[in-house]
Every structure is written in structure tokens, then in C-alpha cells.
Design a protein around this ligand. Structure first.
Ligand SMILES: Nc1ncnc2c1ncn2[C@@H]1O[C@H](COP(=O)(O)OP(=O)(O)OP(=O)(O)O)[C@@H](O)[C@H]1O
Length: 355
């Protein structure tokens, strides 16, 4: 088995929409490890759906190579490609269930036409319904189910051909927060128990933070940043990543609220407004209280929040520091390797938030 279950090399997708040319995906290289939960985040129109549809050649790339489980899909004859596609299951925002079939009928559907007896088909579908918590709903029709239950059926259906990869295209976007959390927990359990690799696209940071191990951030058809979730979201490099982070942690709203009441231009020469980030152990160590005593600075906390990213604690704090700010800032900078990061909130930062 290859270490990378999915390898996308130099992928571009261009649509010719009448007179207009749309470069939906541009020069994307992406490798996804076997067994990973890999998130792709971006705003609407960033190219996420187009990119993931390339993974099973539902969307032919204009250029580039698609390799799944060691097979370069574009080199396969139609029969082999049909077989290879079964390695990739998909779930969608609107479930795409067939209303005229029962829950069991929906889950069985992908197995029709395969060399597998009716009894085995049923047994397999029922086992999957049990796995997703819907054993008692086999004979129910989809219109009698809640959104969360419909998505569970769709997940069972996507897994019935034993795919190695499950693609989730905004699968929780139509669900309420509690149901979203339950579906994400289910995906996490399926990843652990079945070893299925999950590629999950979303525009919501919360989704990425709760179950993904790696993330790629897409903007205008390109991947602008990628890496382990905790790393990308605690030390974002691309402006759009920072934007996602600050929106989801409420830091952006907090900075806007604070700077509406406190004018930065009216701060004294020995005062600064600073945003702190504490990662992992640093959330527990009281580094700031130690340093504030050492440098005799006052720390006036205006906002604080603690969050979990891929199982790791991440804290945010915004405070006005008064006193020996040069010494204090230098000492904090030396703590970067212990997971303490700071950012000065100046007029430019505030202006950037309102743009
Ligand atoms: N079949 C198509 N023909 C023409 N343009 C398309 C087609 N499919 C997608 N596009 C365009 O390609 C770009 C990327 O779309 P895509 O759906 O991949 O983005 P997305 O990040 O998944 O956004 P959303 O969450 O809104 O679906 C958009 O500008 C979209 O309008």
C-alpha cells in the first residue's frame, strides 16, 4: 500500500463558460496519507468541490495526474476506472438519497449489478446501517428521517463498496450544530475503526478543528497554505488563513469591539494592545503572569478564549500592557518555542479587519 493514498500532481481545471474562462483549480499538488482525515477549507467559489471531484475523475482535470492507491487513474481503461472509482465514496450537503427507495434500498443500491448475492448485499447493508446507528430504520423511507439520519444513510451507502477514501463535500453544512457534532464524531469513529481515509471540504473552521489532522486552505483555485491543523491554525501565514482563524475564535470581533471603545492613538508611550496566543502546555503555565511580575508590567485582559484544535488546547488573549513593554515583549518572544506567540494590534491591523 502506498503511503499516500491520494496524489494530485499539477492539477488545473479550466471551465469554458460561454465567452468566459474560469480557472477553477490552478496548479494544485496535494498528497494525502493513508488513514488521514484531511480538510480542505476555503470560501465559496475557491475551487474545493471541483478539486475533490477530480480525485475520482468525476471532474476530468484540464492538466495534471491523479493517482489513487498507486493507480494513475487517467491511464486506466474504462472497466478498470469503474473499479478504481469504487475506492472513493462520497457524501454531500443535500444527502442525494433516492426518495422512492427505503433506507436499506438506498444503501444496497451501489451493490446492484455486482457479483454479490441478494442475501450478502442485504447483510452488508444492514451491518453498515448498524454501524451508523440506524439498524432500526432499514424499512423507513428517507422523507421520514431527520437531516442527521439522512446523512447517516448516505454515509452507509458511500461505504457499502468498501472504499478506501471517503470524500465529504460540505456534508454537515445543512445540519444544526448538535447534529453536525454527531456526524463529525461518526466520521472520526469510521476513520478509526475502518481505517478509511477522509477528505473533508468545508467553509467552516469549526469542522476542520474538530476532526481533521491536516488541512489545506484554498483561495482562487490554489492551495495557499497547508500542514498539520494545529500548526496551520496557530501560526497562520496566509492572510485568508488568519481570517478563518480570527473569525472562528472570535478574536476578530473582539479586536473590533475593543478598538471601538479604546483609541489606539490615545494609548500612552508605555502601553500597547497585544493579542497573545498560547498553544498546548503554554495554556496552563501562567507565562504571562510570571513575566508581568518580572518586568513589572500591568496586564489588563480585555478578551480571553480557549479552544481545542486537533485535540490540543489553544488559548487567545487580548490585553493592554503597561510598563516596560520592550523588555516584556522581548521576554515573551523568547517563549515562542514554548508555544507563546504575540501580535501587536496597531492601526494597520485594525484597518485590515474592517476592509
Ligand atoms: N461546471 C462548471 N462550469 C463552469 N464553471 C464552474 C463549473 N463548476 C464550477 N465552476 C466555477 O468554478 C469555480 C470553483 O467552483 P467550486 O464549486 O469548485 O468552488 P467551491 O470552493 O466548492 O465553492 P462552493 O462551496 O460554493 O461550491 C467557481 O467560480 C464556479 O463558479
Amino acid at each position: 500500500m502506498s503511503e499516500h493514498i491520494i496524489e494530485l500532481a499539477d492539477i488545473s481545471v479550466t471551465f469554458n463558460d460561454g465567452q468566459q474562462k474560469v480557472n477553477a483549480v490552478q496548479d494544485v499538488n496535494l498528497q494525502i496519507d493513508t488513514g488521514d482525515i484531511y480538510g480542505i477549507i476555503g470560501y465559496s467559489g475557491a475551487g474545493k468541490s471541483t478539486l475533490v471531484r477530480v480525485i475520482n475523475l468525476l471532474q476530468m482535470p484540464t492538466t495534471g495526474r491523479v493517482t489513487v492507491n498507486g493507480q494513475q487513474l487517467q491511464t486506466l481503461a474504462p472497466a478498470a476506472l469503474r473499479q478504481a472509482r469504487k475506492q472513493v465514496g462520497m457524501i454531500f450537503q443535500h444527502f442525494n438519497l433516492m426518495q422512492s427507495r427505503t433506507v436499506l434500498g438506498n444503501v444496497i443500491y451501489p451493490l446492484l449489478g455486482q457479483k454479490i448475492s441478494k442475501r450478502d448485499r442485504q447483510a452488508k447493508a444492514l451491518a453498515l446501517l448498524k454501524l451508523v446507528g440506524l439498524a432500526d430504520y432499514a424499512d423507513t423511507y428517507p422523507n421520514k428521517l431527520s437531516g442527521g439520519q439522512k446523512q447517516r444513510v448516505a454515509i452507509a451507502r458511500a461505504l457499502v463498496t468498501d472504499p478506501q477514501v471517503l470524500i465529504s463535500d460540505e456534508a454537515t453544512s445543512a445540519l444544526d450544530p448538535k447534529t453536525t457534532a454527531a456526524i463529525l464524531a461518526l466520521l472520526q469513529r469510521l476513520n478509526r475503526e475502518l481505517g478509511v481515509t477522509i477528505v473533508l471540504i468545508t467553509h467552516e473552521m469549526q469542522v476542520i478543528k474538530s476532526i481533521c489532522h491536516h488541512v489545506a486552505v484554498m483561495e482562487n483555485g490554489r492551495i495557499v497554505e497547508r500542514g498539520p491543523v494545529a500548526q496551520v491554525f496557530t501560526a497562520p501565514k496566509a492572510p485568508i488563513t488568519l481570517d478563518f482563524v480570527e473569525t472562528s475564535t472570535n478574536v476578530r470581533a473582539a479586536i473590533q469591539r475593543i478598538t471601538r471603545t479604546i483609541k489606539l492613538s490615545e494609548l500612552a508611550a508605555n502601553q500597547e494592545l497585544i493579542a497573545f496566543k498560547f498553544i498546548g502546555q503554554a495554556t496552563k503555565k501562567g507565562v504571562i503572569s510570571q513575566l508581568s511580575q518580572e518586568f513589572k508590567v500591568d496586564v489588563n485582559i480585555l478578551f480571553a478564549n480557549i479552544d481545542q484544535i486537533d485535540g490540543q488546547n489553544v488559548g487567545d488573549m487580548i490585553a493592554i500592557i503597561t510598563g516596560d513593554i520592550t523588555g516584556f515583549n522581548a521576554a515573551v518572544a523568547r517563549r515562542a518555542d514554548q508555544g507563546v506567540h504575540t501580535r501587536l494590534i496597531d492601526e494597520q491591523v485594525v484597518k485590515g479587519l474592517s476592509d
